[in-house]
Design a protein around this ligand. Structure first.
Ligand SMILES: *[C@@H]1O[C@H](CO)[C@@H](O)[C@H](O)[C@H]1NC(C)=O
Ligand SMILES: *[C@@H]1O[C@H](CO)[C@@H](O)[C@H](O)[C@H]1NC(C)=O
Ligand SMILES: *[C@@H]1O[C@H](CO)[C@@H](O)[C@H](O)[C@H]1NC(C)=O
Ligand SMILES: *[C@@H]1O[C@H](CO)[C@@H](O)[C@H](O)[C@H]1NC(C)=O
Ligand SMILES: *[C@@H]1O[C@H](CO)[C@@H](O)[C@H](O)[C@H]1NC(C)=O
Ligand SMILES: *[C@@H]1O[C@H](CO)[C@@H](O)[C@H](O)[C@H]1NC(C)=O
Ligand SMILES: *[C@@H]1O[C@H](CO)[C@@H](O)[C@H](O)[C@H]1NC(C)=O
Ligand SMILES: *[C@@H]1O[C@H](CO)[C@@H](O)[C@H](O)[C@H]1NC(C)=O
Length: 578
């Protein structure tokens, strides 16, 4: 311990002389409890007002004028949408089938957002205990069909785990096979379109038995779905792009396989599993894995083109990758339930959000189904969990931000502009909303927790504030007359800052738990220096008192979330807010 402190003092004295900008190195995670009542916060309404202004100003030009779209924002604290915006373009307004004016109940094809639903159903129905098992445990035919040919590297099905599939780490995909003449080859230059399709007459010497027998588009853009058995047989022999668990590579096949495996584990079709695990408990009205049985007045079908739009493509096993249809209201219910752990344990939810792999871009990662973006704000990172979906004219995206228990979806359909709107709009929304969400969260934390807490019987007290940096700052921490900040914690340096972060330990009750990160601010190094031992997580709970971290504090809050007292857990003492 003494050696440890000496090193600390050395580091502190080294940095205390510097004049450059300094910061506290935050822990990963929420800096404050998630906000509530966003819909009635002026800052939030102001931000959505700005977003709407920007959208309305764009509605006369491409891609906005030729895209039908629906935006819905939601939080776990509100049953209703916090904000919605809908625009119907001429192709939908005049469509002879389905809706002519979209709203939050309009049904869009949500394509690859399905991947989140597939993982979600699995986690609800079976937890995540099987995630490190090889997928061949659940679909033995993958090994049986593997024909052992050595012309190309077939996937090692007994090494690819459930988790590899869910995290896009299986190293396989195979969606558009240009050996098959049709939709894909028809968009190639004439000679390629004529010569590439696999045919002995074309002079390319590939066994025709290696061609896909299903799972491709015909010239009229009809998708030829595979039977279960044919899909497994073909996928068993699809060449790998990478070894498993090496690098994320996007894959529909991964999720088709997960769907087939879950069907085997539960002995039921995926549609039944979805109904039972998600749709019924949440009371969803219009979300289906696979094509809805009928067209209704809510269906979004541009130009009445059931086939041209991709609406009626039936995907077979690929349903678990891209086959779902849903609405703004249903996705809000699904998003709320994920953030709130309504349908599964909080431990499984936390693992779903913390299981990620790096990609090459330093502010992006991949999770189980998630495309993850990291944004810096107020000296800390916000992890944004997203999933995009594109099929036919349908482009969509779902965003979840656990730090604020907030999310939104954008669903769209456009024959003319493709996904241009869905690629553009999230930047406007996130850049406008995030500073407001951050400010509201801090303001609410200040109102609910800041102040002085004292004892009527002992000389113990703490003072809590918020400032320009992270978390709640404790500026006074006195135990029975002993100034802990000036003694115990000052071992980290005279300028030590003691800050509280939510620890999720008392969730759901009338207590809100926090843990402390205590350290002096450190100098941010020049950009070419990467080694910066600003690793707060190395120094959590360095001091305990009779087995309890000295930084552990639990605030008792009233029904509005406003603190009335704080439990200094280590000191076994409760102080009243004054
Ligand atoms: C919204 O922001 C603008 C510009 O900063 C400001 O003038 C206006 O008062 C704000 N409105 C609300 C309700 O906060
Ligand atoms: C949309 O706006 C573009 C100009 O940005 C225009 O060329 C196009 O014709 C418009 N489309 C519709 C459907 O109004
Ligand atoms: C959140 O979960 C709690 C139970 O933990 C439940 O009572 C509440 O209805 C849920 N809220 C939402 C929006 O799902
Ligand atoms: C599309 O083509 C396939 C075969 O190429 C045919 O079976 C199907 O009927 C066609 N669909 C339409 C809508 O023309
Ligand atoms: C799932 O639920 C929907 C809506 O309640 C219903 O229309 C559909 O038939 C159900 N599907 C299955 C496979 O049970
Ligand atoms: C759909 O809308 C049409 C025209 O508004 C109406 O006549 C019809 O009853 C509606 N159908 C359903 C199932 O609501
Ligand atoms: C609190 O501190 C004051 C002044 O140091 C002292 O007189 C008093 O006895 C202390 N009270 C308790 C309960 O320790
Ligand atoms: C929260 O509690 C503090 C201290 O008791 C009080 O001053 C403040 O008005 C309360 N805030 C609200 C919004 O009730």
């Amino acid at each position: 311990m003494s050696y440890f402190i000496i090193i600390l003092l050395a580091i502190c004295s080294h940095i205390s002389g510097a004049q450059e900008s300094k910061q506290i190195c935050p822990l990963k995670g929420s800096q404050f409890p998630a906000p509530s009542g966003l819909g009635s916060e002026n800052l939030f309404r102001n931000a959505t007002g700005k977003i709407e202004q920007s959208i309305r100003a764009s509605l006369t030009a491409a891609p906005y004028n030729e895209t039908t779209f629906s935006i819905g924002m939601f939080s776990t604290m509100d049953d209703e949408l916090l904000y919605e915006f809908h625009h119907t373009d001429p192709t939908v307004a005049t469509s002879e089938i389905g809706t002519n004016e979209v709203d939050a109940d309009s049904i869009y094809r949500i394509a690859s957002i399905t991947k989140i639903l597939t993982v979600y159903q699995w986690l609800i129905a079976d937890g995540d205990r099987k995630f490190n098992s090889p997928i061949s445990d659940f679909i033995p035919q993958l090994l049986q069909y593997e024909n052992g040919q050595d012309d190309y590297p077939a996937p090692r099905w007994d090494e690819i785990t459930v988790n590899d599939l869910a995290m896009f780490l299986a190293g396989i995909d195979g969606l558009n096979d240009v050996a098959i003449p049709g939709y894909v080859t028809s968009s190639l230059p004439a000679m390629a379109a004529a010569v590439l399709p696999n045919n002995p007459a074309n002079g390319i010497n590939v066994p025709e038995s290696d061609d896909p027998v299903c799972g491709y588009f015909t010239p009229n853009v009809t998708y030829v779905p595979c039977s279960r058995e044919a899909y497994i047989e073909k996928i068993a022999n699809l060449a790998s792009s990478f070894e498993p668990s090496y690098t994320p590579s996007y894959s529909n096949a991964n999720f088709a396989i997960l769907g087939l495996a879950l069907e085997n584990i539960l002995g039921a079709p995926i549609q039944d599993i979805f109904n039972k695990t998600v749709a019924k408990p949440l009371g969803l009205r219009s979300t289906t894995i696979g094509n809805p049985l009928q067209i209704t007045n809510d269906s979004v079908i541009p130009g009445g083109g059931m086939t041209a739009s991709g609406w009626d493509n039936a995907l077979g096993p690929l349903n678990s990758a891209a086959g779902a249809f849903s609405t703004t209201n249903d996705l809000a219910a699904i998003g709320r339930s994920i953030l709130n752990s309504t349908l599964m344990t909080q431990a499984i939810t936390r693992r779903w959000f913390s299981t990620t792999t790096f990609v090459d871009t330093i502010d992006q990662a991949v999770g189980r189904g998630w495309e993850i973006f990291r944004v810096r704000i107020n000296g800390h990172s916000i992890d944004i969990f997203t999933k995009s979906g594109n099929w036919g004219v349908y482009n969509s995206v779902l965003f979840l931000i656990p730090a604020y228990n907030f999310g939104f979806s954008i669903l769209s359909a456009s024959s003319a502009a493709g996904g241009a709107l869905v690629n553009d709009l999230p930047n406007t929304i996130v850049n406008t909303l995030l500073p407001s969400l951050e400010t509201i969260t801090k303001q609410q934390a200040n109102a609910n927790f800041a102040g002085r807490y004292t004892s009527d019987t002992t000389n113990s007290s703490i003072t809590v504030t918020t400032d320009g940096s992270i978390g709640l700052r404790v500026t006074e921490y006195v135990a029975s007359g002993v100034d802990l900040l000036g003694s115990v914690f000052a071992l980290f340096g005279a300028d030590v800052e003691f800050r509280l972060m939510p620890n999720q330990l008392y969730s759901g009750g009338t207590r809100v738990g926090f843990s402390a990160v205590y350290q002096p601010p450190t100098t941010i190094p020049p950009e070419d220096e990467f080694y910066w031992p600003c690793e707060s997580w190395l120094d959590v709970d360095d001091f305990t008192y009779a087995s309890v971290p000295l930084g552990l504090m639990a605030f008792d809050v009233n029904a509005d979330g406003n603190a009335t007292s704080v439990r200094l857990v280590a000191l076994r003492e409760t102080l009243l807010r004054k």
